[in-house]
Design a protein around this ligand. Structure first.
Ligand code: HEM
Length: 143
């Protein structure tokens, strides 16, 4: 049943785009002391954060339907690792921004956002390789 494996690539673009634009806007807004840009970034980051969870779930369900994973197993493993690191980095960012609203908390928050941006870009890179180089799920599914 490839439903979830086909659904995953359709919905992943929301968190990737929201988190990427959100982090860039937050950093830019903070450096330029532009509150409007920073607030827009915060909104995108938070919306993107909540979109990660259905994407993780659908990714898992999609993966269960794959066979013949041998030739792209390294890409799948890297995709999975970066997906978890992305979720971890943004969870840290959200917890810190909620409970540590001091100068130190702000530094940790921006470090976690930057780590999250790095991880989400890598998650997308490895996911894209799965779909466009290895033609997953097509090549990995035998009826
Ligand atoms: C932060 C969470 C995640 C993000 C942002 C993400 C992102 C992506 C992207 C961008 C693609 C390529 C889509 C395309 O080029 O059209 C992809 C494909 C894929 N991802 Fe993820 N992914 C995430 C989590 C997961 C998880 C947890 C799994 C499995 C346990 C997974 C398994 C797959 C698989 C198997 C593909 C190949 C297409 C398919 O069979 O669905 N992903 N992902």
């Amino acid at each position: 049943m490839t439903f979830f494996a086909k659904l995953h690539p359709l919905i992943v673009h929301f968190p990737v785009a929201l988190l990427t634009s959100g982090v860039v806007f937050e950093i830019y807004g903070s450096l330029k002391k532009d509150e409007v840009v920073e607030t827009a970034g915060r909104f995108n980051t938070r919306l993107g954060f909540w979109c990660i969870f259905p994407v993780l779930l659908v990714g898992f369900l999609g993966m269960l339907s794959l066979n013949n994973t041998e030739k792209f197993k390294d890409y799948l493993a890297n995709h999975l690792s970066y997906a978890f690191l992305t979720a971890g980095a943004f969870i840290v960012a959200m917890v810190v921004s909620r409970y540590f609203q001091n100068k130190f908390g702000r530094v940790v928050y921006f470090l976690a956002l930057s780590a999250g941006l790095f991880c989400v870009i890598n998650t997308g890179y490895y996911g894209g390789e799965l779909v466009h180089r290895f033609e997953v799920p097509g090549s990995a599914w035998t009826p």
